[in-house]
Ligand binder design. Structure first.
Ligand code: ATP
Length: 238
């Protein structure tokens, strides 16, 4: 039996903010094409894991590997170039520009003038709703649509790993459904996903595997099963 090299792996990662230690020996592995949901109570360290994955926080010890090759120590832009992309938190769009202008700005920088149309075609194929609203001012889109626009801007080069950090934060439940349908689309393009989430039900609906953080430690790792099985791990431990 051959053992598959995980697409992405954290091995025994410790991370700190100054004297405050946020992660203690965190190990995670995600195989290519799979979806891992990282769950946990407020302050358990989920965002810190996401930041370590994308190089925004350097581990104080341990290893981060992409396709078996160490990437800890690289700068965030270098990690992004290797295909590990942080889905922007919040609604990182230019509110006063139209949907199309937002996309054109990004694609012109990424592909040059000649590649803009190719970028737009891909964005509207991934997110038909954005195509319908291409002339609408981005600031007037719904919260979910703005998040789609943010995603379309980072998904121009299909990433190897998309780290989706609390994409549903602050959105109405119905919009969260929409954002998750978007993630299904992203997954269908072959992108591996690390979903950091507080909406447990949604995350479990898409995930193959689940890891639960508690006070900077992985308290549970296993296949995405019933939320009831996870309740014990998701409740803050005193
Ligand atoms: P939430 O769901 O509330 O966002 P989280 O599980 O994502 O929480 P983190 O944001 O990773 O948790 O925070 C883990 C711990 O690290 C928390 O105790 C937090 O206060 C601390 N922390 C996070 N960012 C910083 C920072 N920039 N400086 C100092 N401490 C930080």
């Amino acid at each position: 039996m051959t053992i598959q090299t995980p697409l992405f792996e954290l091995r025994n990662v410790e991370a700190s903010y100054g004297p405050f230690r946020a992660l203690f020996g965190v190990s995670l592995a995600i195989n290519e094409g799979k979806v891992l949901a990282l769950l946990g109570a407020n302050g358990s360290g989920k965002t810190t894991v996401a930041r370590v994955c994308t190089g925004l926080v350097s581990p104080t010890s341990g290893e981060v590997l992409l396709g078996g090759v160490r990437v800890d120590g690289l700068k965030p832009f270098q990690i992004a170039r290797l295909g590990v992309v942080h889905a922007p938190e919040g609604r990182s769009v230019f509110a006063s520009l139209s949907v199309e202008e937002n996309l054109v700005l990004t694609f012109r920088r990424e592909f040059g003038r000649s590649g803009v149309q190719r970028g737009l075609d891909r964005a509207f194929e991934l997110f038909p709703r954005l195509g319908e609203r291409r002339r609408q001012i981005a600031g007037t889109l719904s919260g979910g649509e703005q998040r789609m626009l943010s995603l379309a801007r980072v998904l121009v080069h299909p990433p190897k790993l998309l780290v989706a950090d609390e994409l549903s934060l602050g959105l109405a439940p119905i919009v969260v459904d929409e954002v998750y349908r978007t993630l299904e689309t992203v997954r269908a393009t072959g992108t591996t996903l690390l979903i950091v989430e507080q909406y447990v039900g949604h995350a479990l609906g898409i995930a193959d595997e689940v890891a639960v953080l508690s006070k900077g430690v992985i308290a549970y790792r296993g296949p995405a099963g019933d939320v009831d099985d996870l309740a014990e791990w998701l409740l803050p431990h005193g």
